[in-house]
Design a protein around this ligand. Sequence first.
Ligand code: PGA
Length: 255
Amino acid sequence: MKKIIIANWKMNPQTADEAEKLSVAVDNFAKKNKKKIIICPPFVYLESLSRKIKSDLGSQDVSSKIIAAGTSHTGEISAKMLKNLGVKYVIAGHSERRGLGETNEIINKKIKEALKNNLRVIFCVGESSRAEGEDYLQFIREELAAGLNKVPSRLLKKIIIAYEPIWAISSAGRLKGESKYHPDAPEDAYQMSIYIKRVLVSLFGKSAINIPILYGGSVDEKNAKEFLEKGNADGLLVGRTSWSAKSFNELLKNI
Ligand code: PGA
């Protein structure tokens, strides 16, 4: 299976012009080098980028609200709107959205809304620390079970799991005033992906075995290859390194 490389632009860049330049540069490079990338820009750029690039687009979020007569939800973006724009994927459960108060129940609603509208889901899970005495395996099991609650097995082929330990995300180090990022060790990420696969199979049976499991958290042009090889990841969810065409294309070149 082709490795899936996802660019999570987060709240960048600040102008449509920059967004277009960045997307065109990475799209061309990916095409030329036969890499599968999914670009997840802020909502406001999705429409114009959908006309400029060939790579798949993902949104960084989706509303959990169900469209129904008489309901109104200021500021929300529905799964149907995204689908109608040509967006293929949505990210759900990113730790930065969980940090704003998103619960497992809300994430589950988002996942189901996205699937109902024929979107594919990049579902993020990850523990905030591996401190001794913390049952982080159980924590991840709960995130998976609650997020995928009542998702029919036949739709599992539309799910990608992104394992992103929160402590490994590049902004985590920066927020603590540290200059160094802390990616997971590829071997540990591999072990975690085996654990995640076991949980998925225990929840859904054998049909869950083919769900891709990606790694994310301080992936850069130097360590990307290790996560795919030693870490056996099916792909990567890349934040900071995807905000510059130079570093993202370098990463694509190195894998
Ligand atoms: P990072 O972000 O690559 O900057 O650590 C990854 C993410 O938050 O998805």
